[in-house]
Design a protein around this ligand. Structure first.
Ligand code: HEC
Length: 138
């Protein structure tokens, strides 16, 4: 019996696990293009509503630097970047935005995405970090 309950719980958890890409498609895609080249970004600048997500991902990853003993710890870098994104979705601010200042001049600060719950914010932040591993913005 215990086994059946546990299996059901595990199945349930994986069935209801939030898919970060789906959150992106539903909530972020309207403003952030998923994949585009630098040249194409320049061309489409007039119709874009926000910096492309590939650029955002690189900008954040390059800006967040872990120093000291843990400098090369990728898990800490990933965790810290995801934590920043999750927080930014609730409280975007001119005081600590990390994206390109030119993007803020052009598009303004992002509207808070506070309609997302904790799981959705976690899933989409993880998706942003992992989606662009080994993908260049050039
Ligand atoms: C209405 C348009 C709009 C939507 C929808 C939107 N964003 Fe943004 N986002 C922006 C703009 C504009 C910027 C650039 C200015 C800034 O950083 O606040 C931005 C910047 C960002 C940044 C960079 C933050 C920084 O440090 O500067 C992240 C990360 C981000 N968005 C994630 C998301 C995610 C994830 C979603 C969906 C859940 C989303 N955005 C939905 C407009 C949007």
């Amino acid at each position: 019996m215990k086994k059946i309950i546990l299996t059901t719980l595990l199945l349930g958890a994986s069935l209801f696990a939030v898919d970060g890409y789906k959150v992106y498609q539903k909530t972020c895609k309207a403003c952030h293009v998923e994949m585009i080249s630098v040249a194409e970004t320049m061309k489409q600048m007039k119709t874009l509503k926000a910096p492309p997500m590939v650029e955002v991902a690189h900008q954040l990853k390059d800006t967040i630097i872990i120093k000291g003993d843990k400098a090369d710890d990728e898990d800490i870098h990933r965790f810290t970047t995801i934590a920043f994104i999750k927080n930014y979705l609730q409280r975007p601010s001119l005081d600590y935005f990390m994206c390109n200042p030119g993007a803020v001049d052009r598009f303004g600060i992002m509207p808070a995405q506070s309609h997302l719950n904790e799981e959705e914010r976690q899933a989409v932040a993880e998706w942003i970090y992992d989606r662009y591993e080994d993908v260049e913005f050039k």
